[in-house]
Write a protein that binds this ligand. Structure first.
Ligand code: ZN
Length: 403
């Protein structure tokens, strides 16, 4: 591996020499053991001559077999920790047919997740849901958790399309951040239903998203549904009824919405973020159901990511502030169109005040004499070393720096 060509210190993948252009994912969800049993078939293409291996990011994945889709032959592999790397990797030997630049291959990987190490997946007991009857699962891959559920080039500098089939218990519904292609009974197990998905817009791994639960939906616009447990459907549909207005306003500013559907998922209360911009399916905290639409601006923010972040993406995590900065800018442009210019200024002013207050508090705690400069560079250093800053901190900081 040529270290000079590395751009993302959070990934071990040799994406300078080979890229994953598409992944096909077959998943069986097992709640009692809290595991995903999966087969991932990666379409790879070499970018240079002489690439002998495919190195993927991988945390806690118990790999049972790796083979070539084309020939069926087994491919040698090793899970290992490279010196100086943040997390382990899966090193797969490529056949000699991949020696030349532009060679293509399907690499099939069979594996299970490890419930102790799979940070991407949150498993909820029935008691942690609103309905109290069924278990629930949701994923949060941003920033670098996708590698704990999928062997992948876990860097935002690589984007892939994907397709997926997810098998879940019949009483449950599976959704992904993708176009929904329908469901059918499992071919050999009558207790399971298989849901199919396709994402035709290439996405970085951190936008891979899955949710499984006793979910229901209600249409809230020509291209939007709200999804949640049935107890919350009506309330959520009312709260986010202005979604289409916001989507249309964004299109007036930055052009056509290219992802087809724009659905909203309202999660159980344990979801740790206000919102997550998973493609086609924004994940939202139920704390946004204020009953008066006063927090619906989060929708403006999350749908703005459909352009800034999801279509045009930071190359590595040190530059994540660009995702949030441009998104916050677009969120306010939507506010100006849907409400008025004063609302845009009010939002900007409010976030700036909150940011300055936060920085002053931190400076006091750190006993710093130059709070903003010191804190800024501390954050940059932490990111360069592989640390991940929080979504909200970045938005607030960017708000103050750009307003
Ligand atoms: Zn954001």
């Amino acid at each position: 591996m040529d270290p000079c060509r590395r751009k993302d210190t959070c990934s071990s993948a040799n994406s300078w020499g080979v890229v994953v252009s598409h992944w096909d994912w077959e998943v069986a969800v097992d709640f009692p053991s809290k595991t995903l049993t999966c087969t991932a078939t990666l379409d790879i293409r070499t970018l240079t001559d002489g690439v002998g291996s495919l190195i993927l990011d991988c945390v806690g994945l118990v790999v049972s077999e790796v083979s070539s889709r084309e020939s069926g032959e087994s491919l040698a592999y090793q899970v290992k920790q490279l010196d100086g790397e943040l997390t382990p990797c899966l090193d797969i030997s490529l056949p000699s047919t991949c020696a030349k630049k532009g060679a293509e291959l399907g690499v099939r990987i069979s594996y299970k997740t490890d419930p102790a190490l799979c940070a991407a997946v949150q498993w909820l007991e029935p008691s942690q849901t609103m309905g109290k009857k069924h278990p629930y699962l949701y994923t949060q891959c941003q920033a670098i958790h996708a590698r704990s559920m999928l062997p992948c080039q876990d860097t935002p500098s690589v984007k892939s399309t994907f397709s997926a089939k997810v098998a879940v218990a019949c009483e449950l519904v599976a959704l992904m951040g993708a176009e929904r292609l329908g469901s059918e009974p499992h071919a050999s197990n009558p207790t399971l239903t298989v849901f199919s998905f396709r994402q035709n817009v290439p996405i970085p791994s951190y936008l891979a998203a899955l949710v499984v639960g006793a979910l229901e939906s209600k249409r809230i616009g020509p291209r939007s549904h709200v999804w949640c447990e049935k107890e919350m459907v009506e309330k959520a549909a009312w709260e986010f009824e202005e979604t289409e207005k916001m989507l249309s306003a964004a299109e007036e500013v930055v052009g056509e919405y290219l992802w087809g559907q724009y659905d909203i998922l309202v999660l159980p209360p344990s979801f740790a973020y206000g919102g997550m911009e998973n493609p086609c399916l924004t994940f939202l905290s139920p704390s946004l159901l204020a009953g008066d639409r006063s927090l619906a601006n989060v929708i403006a923010h999350e749908l703005s990511h459909s352009w800034t972040g999801n279509l045009v993406t930071n190359e590595n995590w040190e530059e994540f502030w660009m995702n949030e900065g441009f998104t916050t800018f677009l969120e306010r442009r939507i506010a100006a169109k849907v409400f008025n210019e004063k609302e845009r200024h009010l939002q900007a002013s409010g976030q700036t005040q909150a940011y300055l207050y936060m920085q002053a508090s931190k400076a006091k705690a750190n006993n710093s004499t130059t709070p903003r400069t010191t804190l800024f560079f501390k954050e940059k250093l932490r990111a360069a070393l592989g640390g991940i800053r929080t979504h909200d901190t970045l938005q607030s900081r960017q708000s103050a720096l750009t307003h």
